[in-house]
Design a protein around this ligand. Structure first.
Ligand code: C2E
Ligand code: MG
Ligand code: MG
Length: 442
């Protein structure tokens, strides 16, 4: 391939020993010939085999390493060179991890390392060495390239399915390391593992909950601050599991977003909210406006707007009675969001930004997205009656919104002084415990 490729300054010696790490794995039954990088299958098998000895005298740890932005290397130097760089890295990692470890290539630019250690800090030392070896410049095609990696670590855990659980927790630690984007490994703590377990069990039962009608919607009034009358409600997701556990939307929605369940879940909420709006409007003899939260992840569904139109028609609700709220802090593809917002508006629905002021792009969104209303985040409203700066901020947001022809809603109004301050600032609507808590349908 005519490329010159060699390790740069990463020349760590084979016998670099990390204190606290077991010297050699050779004595363990089933350990494959060391000195080469295992395939994914071999590595997973090894995890199972070594797991049998975990915790006997030393702790078995799994390190997951992901080379960051590796696609750039492939794009810039070609796939063959990319493969070669990975092979060189794998070998360097294997040398650093030493004879007391097993290294496998799990997937593209992801590697797994299994090591027996005497302490958590010894595992962190290995990870630190690995990060350093990846950081060392590599010569490719006569050019020095600089790579970095992220590492998540988990001890081999006691569990019904220890292999899968260990991989899951190490994966979560790796995701956290990527999220922090710092050159430090993340070690999975018992608390982290509990969070992962809860997410997994939420995911497992969410499927069933959708079918078993364990999900409910609570409705919270949205009040006109001038007249004091409720003119609409916001639909908020609730879940009481069959074991009596209450799980809030802040826990459900991220799991649903990560697992693709957000589509059916969002559709269920919309259908349910519109059916309630239809029933309540008929009962009181006037149209009840209903606001439904939409996850920006749902924008990925090309059939979204058509599904909204179908649901409105099926429930015989005029589109003008539906408001769609999208959280402002979510990173969205602005061009796609703008198109979807415009299509929803063309149907006759209102669209708005939720939690306004908390994200990084609120001004940009005001410019690029066609919207009808903004909901000023509760964190500003809470301070309204005691902080002059918060009051000035809300006044400025309301003035800006008014100039742009947008309706404003103050979220989280809990006290009379907050209501007064919100009304004085010019907010048209308010929502919060002062007017009513979210309530399930009787
Ligand atoms: P949000 O849309 O900003 O909804 C307002 C949240 O503030 C609700 O929390 C509500 O119960 C709470 N709240 C209302 N008034 C007050 C108040 O006076 N004081 C305080 N401290 N809190 C108040 P909830 O129901 O836990 O919902 C949290 C978030 O979850 C929602 O924030 C929304 O972003 C999301 N969410 C809820 N339901 C759905 C849904 O069906 N789909 C999607 N994608 N997201 C949803
Ligand atoms: Mg909302
Ligand atoms: Mg909000």
């Amino acid at each position: 391939m005519g490329r010159q490729l060699m390790t740069g300054m990463s020349g760590r010696s084979e016998d670099a020993r990390i204190p606290g790490v077991v010297d050699d794995l050779a004595g363990f039954p089933g350990v494959a010939p060391l000195g080469h990088v295992l395939s994914r299958r071999e590595f997973l098998r090894m995890l199972e085999v070594l797991g049998r000895f975990a915790g006997s005298r030393r702790q078995l740890v799994l390190l997951l390493m992901d080379v960051s932005h590796f696609d750039w290397v492939n794009d810039a130097f070609g796939l063959e060179a990319g493969d070669h760089v990975l092979a060189v890295l794998a070998e360097a990692v294997r040398r650093v991890a030493g004879a007391a470890s097993v290294v496998g290539r799990l997937d593209g630019d992801q590697f797994g390392i299994l090591a027996f250690v005497e302490s958590e800090s010894a595992a962190l030392d290995i990870a630190g060495e690995i990060l350093a070896v990846v950081r060392a410049p590599l010569a490719v095609d006569g050019e020095l390239i600089h790579l970095k990696a992220r590492v998540g670590i988990c001890p081999y855990v006691l569990h019904d399915d220890p292999k899968a659980a260990t991989l899951r927790y190490a994966g979560a630690a790796l995701s956290e390391a990527k999220c922090r984007d710092a050159d430090e490994p993340v070690f999975s703590s018992p608390a982290d593992r509990q969070v992962v377990e809860r997410r997994v069990s939420t995911y497992r039962s969410l499927h069933r909950a959708l079918q078993a009608r364990e999900l409910r919607i609570a409705y919270q009034p949205v009040v006109n601050l001038r007249s004091g009358h409720a003119e609409g409600v916001e639909a908020l997701l609730r879940w009481r599991t069959r074991h009596g556990l209450q799980i809030g939307p802040e826990e459900i929605v991220p799991v649903a977003e990560d697992t693709g369940l957000i589509g059916p879940l969002g559709q269920w909420v919309l259908d349910e909210a519109l059916s309630t709006a239809a029933a309540r409007s008929a009962a009181v003899g006037m149209p009840i406006l209903v606001a439904v939260n939409l996850s920006a992840r749902q924008f990925g569904d090309p059939g979204l707007v058509a599904a909204v139109a179908r649901t409105l028609a099926r429930r015989h609700v005029p589109p003008s009675q539906l408001a769609i709220e999208v959280t402002e802090s979510l990173a969205v593809d602005e061009t796609r969001a703008a198109r979807i917002f415009a299509e929803l508006q063309a149907l006759g629905c209102r669209v708005g930004l939720d939690d306004f002021g908390t994200g990084q792009s609120c001004l940009s969104y005001l410019r690029s997205l066609p919207i009808d209303f903004i909901k000023i985040d509760r964190s500003f409203v809470v301070e309204l009656d005691r902080d002059l700066r918060a009051r000035r901020l809300v006044q400025t947001i309301v003035a800006l919104a008014r100039d742009l022809g947008l309706v404003t809603v103050a979220e989280g109004v809990e006290t009379e002084p907050q209501r007064l301050a919100a009304a004085e600032a010019g907010c048209l609507y308010g929502q919060g415990y002062l007017f009513g808590r979210p309530e399930l349908e009787a």
